[in-house]
Each structure stands twice: as C-alpha cells, then as structure tokens.
Design a binder for this molecule. Structure first.
Ligand SMILES: Cc1cc2nc3c(=O)[nH]c(=O)nc-3n(C[C@H](O)[C@H](O)[C@H](O)COP(=O)(O)OP(=O)(O)OC[C@H]3O[C@@H](n4cnc5c(N)ncnc54)[C@H](O)[C@@H]3O)c2cc1C
Length: 392
C-alpha cells in the first residue's frame, strides 16, 4: 500500500490554493454583508456566484475532472476529491462553486453520454460556465425510493413528450437545462424503463422556489407536454435509472471530501479559538472538557480522510461500471457526512455564542452538513445498502 499523494496532485493543490486566495477571496470579501447579513441582495449574490464560476472556468479548475477533449484536464477522482476538500477547508463560502462537482449545477460527466453533435449546445457551455444545469430526479412521491418516479415520457413522431413534476431541484430556477428522469416503460421501470433526457429550460416551468435551511434553495419543476427531439436522450433509452445511480455513486467521493474539508475547517478554527479565548483566567484549551472533544474530532477526521481517499483511489482503479463501488460509496457518504456533522457541532460549542453567529466560521457549516445527511441518498438509504452487503 502506498498512501503518498502523488507529486502532481500536490502541485495542483498548491496552484488551486493560490487561485482561491488571489481570485475568490476578494469577491467573497466584497459580498460578505450579503453572505452573512439579515437582508442579503440575492441578485448580487447570484452575480457573484456567476463571476466565481467564470473565473474558475477560465483558469481550468471548474471542469478539471472532465477529459481534455471537452476542455477539462482529466484530473483523477483522487485529485478532484483533494480539491473539493481544500475548497471546503479554505473557509471561503464561495470556494465550493469553483468546482463543477459535487454541485449539480456544474458540468456533469453524465453529459458525455449525450450524442456528440449536442455537446456544443449542452456540454461545452457548462464547461465554460456560460450555462448551468440541474439534475431532476426527485418527486413528491419518490425521494429515497427514486425508482417510484411518475414523470413519464412517450414518443410522438421524432420527439419525446414529457409530463410530470419534480421538486427539491437544486439550481432548478436558474438552470439553462435539466437532466430529467422519466418513465418510458411502466412495466420495466428501474429495470430498463426509466430514461434520462436533456430538456432546455424553455420546455419546463419553474414552480415554487422551496426555501430551506441551506444557503441555496431548490425548486419545483413542471413538465406539461415538454417536447425534446429524439436525440436528447442521455445514454441509452431505458438505462436512465442506472445512469442516475452511477452519477450519485460517483458524487459520493465528492460528498465525503466536502464533509472532510468542512470538519477540518471547524477543527482548525476551534483549536485556534480554544488557544486564544480565556475564561476563568486561563485559555479554554487548558480545560480537558474542551481539549478532549477536539482530540476526538481529530481522530474522526483521520478516519474520514482515509475513507475518502480510499474511495477516490478505488474509483480511479475501477472499470467504470461503478457497481463494485456502490458499497464503498455508501459507507463513505454515510460515515463522513454524519461524523463531520458531529465534529462541527462539538466545535460550535467551543465557540460559545460566536458559534451561532452567521458571520462566524461554523454556523453555516453546521447547516450545510445537516443538509448533506439528507440529500443524494439520506443516511438511512446508505445504511440499507450497507446492511444488504451483510446479507440483512
Ligand atoms: C436542499 C435540497 C437539495 C436537493 N437537491 C436535489 C437535486 O438537485 N435533484 C434531485 O433530484 N433531488 C434533490 N433533492 C432531493 C433529495 O435527494 C431527497 O430529499 C432525498 O433523497 C430524500 O428523499 P425525500 O425527501 O423524499 O425523503 P423520503 O424518501 O420521504 O424519506 C424520509 C426519511 O425516511 C427515511 N427512509 C426512507 N426509506 C427508508 C427505509 N426503507 N428505511 C429506513 N429509513 C428510510 C429517509 O432516510 C429519510 O430520513 C434535494 C433535497 C434538498 C432538501
């Protein structure tokens, strides 16, 4: 076993850190009031997010995990996980937007499964951050049990016609197009009867924007006879459910890496605070009631680190089918999101009242980690996969 991070990835991390500091920090400082205040200007925040994505696309980081042929650098899953971790650990609220994954609005590797003549319309503009997308799977009656979706698609001449409704769709209200999952064969459903389509935003209606505890709010999307040409299928007709699961499994290394980086950020901040804040005439850190929980955080972070790096490494070694990695992905998504939340909660306690302030370093991390325990397969769904591997 070799646990060394390859030299080229260490160099990549270094140049990414410089980029964040030079390009993203000033944008964030200009938006600090909106990011932390009571009355944010949402339009200004959205403009800021676009600027961050564009700068990152110009530098090449945004879609670095895609092949060179489509404008990426072919960075491995391990390399991408390290950048996702670093973005989270940087403490910059806008840093995660510099990477197309695990954001559903960024260039998804799923788009490589579109026919090549559609790449200039859908894939290339997302790689350049000129357009954004969304991933539309969840419905009111189909969340954890995603194969229960009701949205349907039928052939009508040279088109597919889509009817149905999605909800909780991240970036749904801003996306230029959606990857939409619909039933094309009611008998087969998950076993050959669900298809993924790319649907331009002119062909769907945005319903309610659903305010959540997260910083970004998802939306309802309505498809009332939405029409797309026959070639707008992502991958093969009937194989959309498998494509969705491969996408979600692939994204789990990113979720784990993000959780790891956020936990590290919380611990970095809490350690510094415990050393400098005094109460009862001495630094907080001199109380084992403070230092021992932080020691536990460190041990858990190391477990998260090696689980995340191992998953990313194993993904790079795999044949691309994704099947063998479903278990590792579930273990890492479950463990890292749950433990990172516990780490953030302990670190928040060390900050006392400051831990609850929006302008402090932990409050938004705790909210975000709470969301990660539910989205893209809640912890219980990951435990179902793990239990099945035990024959239970
Ligand atoms: C902020 C946000 C952003 C999102 N973004 C997107 C997006 O971009 N695209 C998209 O398609 N979806 C998105 N989602 C949807 C998200 O993935 C779902 O909310 C999630 O999969 C859970 O589905 P549900 O909410 O319907 O919960 P349910 O499926 O109703 O589950 C409710 C609870 O029951 C548990 N549960 C369910 N089945 C079992 C079981 N068999 N055993 C034990 N426990 C069980 C679940 O773990 C959960 O805790 C988003 C959601 C949110 C809140």
């Amino acid at each position: 076993m070799d646990f060394t991070i390859p030299e080229e990835l260490r160099a990549l991390r270094k140049s990414y850190a410089t980029f964040l500091d030079r390009e993203i920090r000033p944008i964030e400082e200009g938006l600090f009031e909106d990011l932390t205040g009571l009355d944010p200007d949402r339009d200004r925040l959205y403009e800021g997010a676009l600027a961050v994505r564009r700068r990152s696309a110009e530098e090449g980081f945004y879609a670095c995990y895609l092949p060179e042929a489509v404008g990426g650098w072919g960075v491995s899953t391990l390399g991408t996980a390290l950048l996702v971790e670093d973005a989270a650990r940087s403490g910059l609220r806008l840093a995660p937007l510099t990477l197309g994954v695990p954001n559903p609005s960024g260039p998804s590797p799923m788009l490589l499964k579109l026919p090549e003549h559609l790449w200039p319309t859908y894939l290339h503009p997302v790689v350049k951050a000129e357009k954004t997308m969304c991933f539309a799977l969840t419905e009111p009656e189909a969340g954890s049990d995603a194969q229960a979706i009701r949205t349907s698609a039928r052939r009508d001449g040279d088109d597919w016609v889509i009817d149905g409704m999605k909800h909780y769709i991240t970036n749904g209200d801003k996306a230029d197009f959606a990857v939409v999952f619909a039933v094309t064969d009611k008998e087969k459903r998950a076993d050959g009867g669900i298809t993924a389509f790319v649907v331009p935003s002119e062909q769907f209606r945005v319903g309610k924007v659903q305010a959540t505890m997260a910083d970004a709010h998802p939306s309802e999307l309505w498809f009332d006879g939405s029409r797309v040409p026959a070639d707008h299928v992502v991958g093969e007709v009937g194989r959309g459910f498998q494509a969705a699961m491969t996408f979600l499994n692939g994204g789990r290394a990113g979720f784990a890496a993000q959780s790891l980086g956020l936990a590290e950020l919380c611990l970095d901040q809490a350690v510094a605070h415990a050393r400098t804040r005094t109460a009862f005439g001495r630094p907080l850190a001199e109380n084992q009631g403070v230092s021992f929980p932080l020691a536990e955080c460190k041990a858990e972070i190391e477990a998260m680190r090696w689980m995340t790096y191992h998953l990313a490494w194993a993904t790079d070694q795999a044949d691309g089918s994704g099947a063998a990695l479903a278990l590792d992905s579930s273990i890492a998504k479950f463990y890292c999101t749950e433990r990172a939340y516990a780490v953030a909660d302990r670190c928040l306690q060390v900050f006392g009242g400051m831990g609850l302030l929006r302008e402090g370093p932990i409050e938004r991390v705790l909210r975000h980690l709470r969301v990660l325990r539910v989205v893209e397969g809640a912890s219980e769904v990951q435990k179902l996969v793990i239990a099945r591997s035990l024959g239970l």
